[in-house]
Design a binder for this molecule. Structure first.
Ligand code: LLP
Length: 436
């Protein structure tokens, strides 16, 4: 197993003497046999380590696990056990968090188009924060909370005019985003003033999320500056220095050996220092920092196991290795052109010298998981292919296209494995049909 995949694989990954990949003390080939494929495997230790890194790196901050990256009841519980809160972005995610018994005060509710029913659900369940995304939502939430004789703590989601692209950032017109209240156009300050006058809502802070899979600190440094300028504007307009600053998620991870993950500790130090610097520059008490990582907590903690089926060589063109899943369990390669690493998990001791294309089983030519990846020359039907770093936005974006059953998810730790999400059955596939 190449050492160069260290940052891509779960922390506990190693090669066994028989050439099998081991994760969390479990032979993944045995897992594939026991639970069938496609199979998502979660290394609980890696997830817990990543949670602890965040908690340790941001002392005193609130870390919310962005549930959209991966939403299983078991995993939300792990996040809570490690001291994290949860960021939810729909009634369904909120329901799942409540099912996982996430303490309500540790939930922040996001969304650019929350329905009245979702707002009522948030208020009734007592979520810690609603991230208000528009003036329309602010008015509706105020009415819903006031008529329930409650006061809902809110943060305003603002669009700071920063769009992050890996190592650089570009300024964009805030009008260009469906999310948040634009600072530049004055909508954000209008919402802050309005919130101060409305019953049923208590404005406690501001929030921004500038993007995902970001590596360099520049965009975040700029964000802190913009947010403090706005905190000062709010103080001038309302007389209140808001006590909470939520900077969203977005740290990048390694999907391939060419990438290095963003350094969580360095990132945290730079952000914390920038917040303190800005606070003293503006004479504002240092607000409580919140962050909402998703991908950087869960992506590398998971991988997907597939069984190799047809191996088709088109002479002079390419070799297609078809596996028993694809775009229904991982849409990211097709949707974003996302690049993944793959290895033959029962042949980690063989050199990958044959360049192939890994195809899924769906009725669609675009159903390609990885183009041009090197695998051992001996690859054949029955081998187990592991697609790495599939934890974030893989299962949560899965579908039943071609009536494929969504895979099972198994958690491994200290050599023990446990199914945390069952594989869908054929019966599940028709359970909502009402044929009459
Ligand atoms: N907070 C908010 C308000 C967000 O919208 C997101 C992600 C996060 C936190 C977590 O960001 P992360 O740390 O995971 O980068 N489906 C896409 C990613 C969409 C991200 C949406 N928002 C993908 O597969 O790459």
């Amino acid at each position: 197993m190449p050492h160069t995949l260290k940052d891509v694989l779960p922390a506990t990954a190693r090669m066994r003497d028989d050439g099998h990949l081991e994760v969390g003390g479990a032979d993944v080939i045995a897992l594939a046999e026991q639970h069938d494929t496609p199979l998502y495997v979660l290394c609980e230790e890696t997830l817990r380590r990543q949670c602890r890194r965040y908690v340790g790196a941001f002392p005193g901050a609130r870390i919310y696990f962005a549930a959209k990256s991966f939403t299983a009841v078991h995993t939300l519980r792990v996040a809570v056990e490690e001291g994290l809160g949860v960021d939810v972005a729909s009634g369904g995610e909120l329901y799942t968090a409540l099912t996982a018994r996430v303490p309500v005060e540790a939930i922040v509710f996001h969304g650019n188009n929350k329905s009245d029913a979702e707002l009522a659900m948030a208020v009734e369940s007592g979520v810690g924060r609603v991230a208000v995304d528009s003036l329309d939502e602010l008015e509706r939430l105020s009415e819903i909370a006031a008529s329930a004789a409650k006061v809902q703590a809110i943060v305003l989601r603002v669009t700071p005019g920063i769009e992050a692209h890996t190592h650089e950032y570009i300024q964009t017109g805030q009008e260009d985003s469906k999310f948040g209240l634009s600072i530049e156009s004055g909508l954000a300050i209008e919402a802050a003033k309005r919130a101060a006058d409305l019953p049923g809502v208590d404005l406690v802070g501001i929030h921004a999320h500038i993007g995902s899979q970001i590596f360099g600190p520049e965009a975040f440094m700029k964000l802190v500056e913009v947010m403090f300028e706005f905190l000062d504007a709010v103080r001038s307009a309302t007389g209140v220095a808001l006590p909470e600053l939520n900077l969203g998620g977005g740290l990048g991870i390694a999907y391939t050996k060419e990438e290095s993950p963003a350094d969580i500790e360095l990132h945290a130090r730079l952000i914390t220092e920038a917040v303190e610097r800005e606070a003293s520059k503006w004479g504002i008490p240092t607000p409580r920092l919140c962050v909402e990582p998703g991908r950087s907590l869960i992506a590398n903690a998971m991988l997907t196991l597939y069984r190799v089926g047809v191996v088709k060589e088109i002479p002079g063109i390419r070799t297609y290795v078809s596996v028993d899943g694809g775009m229904s369990d991982n849409i990211r390669p097709m949707l974003y052109g996302a690049r993944y690493s793959a290895l033959v998990a029962n042949k980690c001791d063989e050199h990958p010298t044959l360049v192939v294309t890994i195809a899924g089983s769906h009725c669609e030519s675009g159903d390609i998981l990885v183009k041009d990846v090197a695998v051992p020359e001996s690859i054949r039907r029955g081998d187990v292919l592991a697609l790495l770093a599939t934890g974030a936005y893989g299962y949560t974006m899965a579908s039943n296209y071609n009536k494929m059953r969504r895979p099972a998810i198994v958690a491994v730790r200290d050599g023990k494995s446990r199914v945390i999400v069952r594989r869908e059955t054929f019966e599940d596939l028709v359970r909502l049909d009402e044929p009459g």
